[in-house]
Design a protein around this ligand. Structure first.
Ligand SMILES: [Zn+2]
Ligand SMILES: [Zn+2]
Length: 114
């Protein structure tokens, strides 16, 4: 499987992803693909299973200046991307899929993958 690449525009917050390397520009500047990091202590997701879904919560600020702006479940053939907004609670549900990866993006510390 090719590694998915995520791009986030620092100006408008637009989120773009691609399975193939592409040239992307937004708001007049070229976007570089984000390198996923391992989660650090302040960027951990709690995942519990309920009714065949993953119930994901996190203890992370959701302010305009610092929030988790998306969580994406990446599988072989599809991507489910959940967009989050400031002031929202840190909780979401996505279908549980074996072997999928979760990517999530903090507006200050960048992309994480588990
Ligand atoms: Zn933009
Ligand atoms: Zn953060």
């Amino acid at each position: 499987m090719k590694r998915i690449k995520f791009y986030v525009c620092p100006t408008c917050g637009n989120i773009i992803y691609s399975m193939n390397p592409i040239d992307i520009a937004c708001c007049g500047r070229k976007l570089e693909p984000l390198e996923p990091n391992n989660p650090n202590d302040s960027h951990l997701l709690n995942i519990t299973e309920s009714d065949g879904e993953d119930y994901i919560t996190f203890d992370h600020p959701m302010t305009k200046e610092h929030f988790i702006s998306f969580v994406a479940q990446v599988m072989y053939e599809r991507v489910i991307l959940v967009k989050l907004y400031p002031e929202q609670s840190g909780a979401l549900r996505i279908p549980r899929k074996r072997g999928s990866k979760l990517y999530y993006y903090c507006t200050q510390e960048g992309l994480f993958m588990i």
